[in-house]
Write a protein that binds this ligand. Structure first.
Ligand code: NDP
Length: 255
């Protein structure tokens, strides 16, 4: 197979959680541009339908399934709905996430729990629900969206729960990769640096010094700049790679 053909996702079915906006929306577009049919796993069905219409304009099929990733029953139902729509699932991108900026002594029990529920249990729920079908069919790729926050402590904002949750995502990635490799399922993580979304207000002056000026490339990225990396991890282009964390951060973690 010619090298660029290994990146093709033609004939594949990909599921992206949190596909309505931000990074998830951009990753969904990238997978579709690589030829994959896509299932948008979202909480807001109306917003999902709008996003799906834009995806279909790229010439692939798109379906919307609703679930809260923290709720295992709704995730299991979404996995059934995705298979009912397109017959199988080949790629899962665990993108849904949340963050709370708060000093450790002021974080409420509810805030801690929500961050862990969405970022860790949500990834777990979806990996189990969709991984079951992948293991049964003997193939599949999972891309978990981790973070540089698993590797460094961000500043100036304090976000202890988020940092801990993303470290858990990276280690869960390795654990599932080892367990499912014999079944033909690869599991990798993508760890972005600062990307302009609602979660990361990169233009806010109070963050400029540490988020931008401290970074070797001295800039943030737009979500679309992660697209090629998710296609790489989702496709046969990364066929001998599993349990890895691909860091895409403009060099942020070098210092
Ligand atoms: P956004 O806040 O823009 O989007 C978060 C997405 O997650 C939304 O689509 C949201 O859905 C969805 N979501 C949140 N909670 C749930 C839930 N319980 N069930 C289902 N969906 C949920 O964030 P980003 O796009 O910036 O972040 C995407 C991922 O990238 C996250 O995992 C984040 O941690 C990670 N990341 C982001 C970085 C950045 O700089 N932006 C850097 C490193 C990692 P809804 O629209 O319904 O609210």
């Amino acid at each position: 197979m010619a090298v660029l053909d290994t990146f093709s996702l033609a004939g594949k079915v990909s599921v992206v959680t949190g596909a309505n906006r931000g990074i998830g929306r951009a990753l969904t577009t990238a997978l579709a541009e690589a030829g994959s049919d896509v299932v948008l796993l979202v909480r807001d069905a109306a917003a999902g339908a709008e996003a799906a219409a834009e995806i279909e304009a790229l010439g692939v099929r798109a379906a919307v399934v609703t679930a809260d990733v923290t709720d295992l029953d709704s995730v299991n139902q979404a996995a059934e709905d995705a298979v009912a729509a397109f017959g199988r699932v080949d790629v899962l991108v665990n993108n849904a996430g949340t963050c709370v900026h708060r000093p450790a002594l002021e974080v409420s029990a509810q805030e801690w729990q929500t961050v862990l529920d969405v970022n860790v249990t949500g990834v777990w729920n979806c990996a189990q629900a969709f991984g079951r079908g992948m293991v049964a069919q003997g193939s599949g790729t999972i891309v978990n969206i981790g973070s540089i926050s698993a590797m460094i402590v961000n500043r100036p904002q304090q976000q202890p729960g988020y940092n801990a949750s993303k470290a858990a995502v990276h280690q869960l990635t390795r654990s599932l990769a080892a367990e499912w490799a014999p079944s033909g399922v690869r599991v990798n993580a993508l760890a972005p640096g600062y990307i302009k979304t609602e979660m990361a207000p990169v233009d806010n002056p109070e963050f400029r010094r540490h988020w931008i000026e401290d970074a070797p490339m001295q800039r943030y990225a737009m979500p679309a700049e992660l697209g090629p990396s998710v296609v790489f991890l989702a496709s046969a282009a990364s066929s001998f790679m599993t349990g890895e964390v691909l860091v895409v951060d403009g060099g942020y973690t070098l210092f």
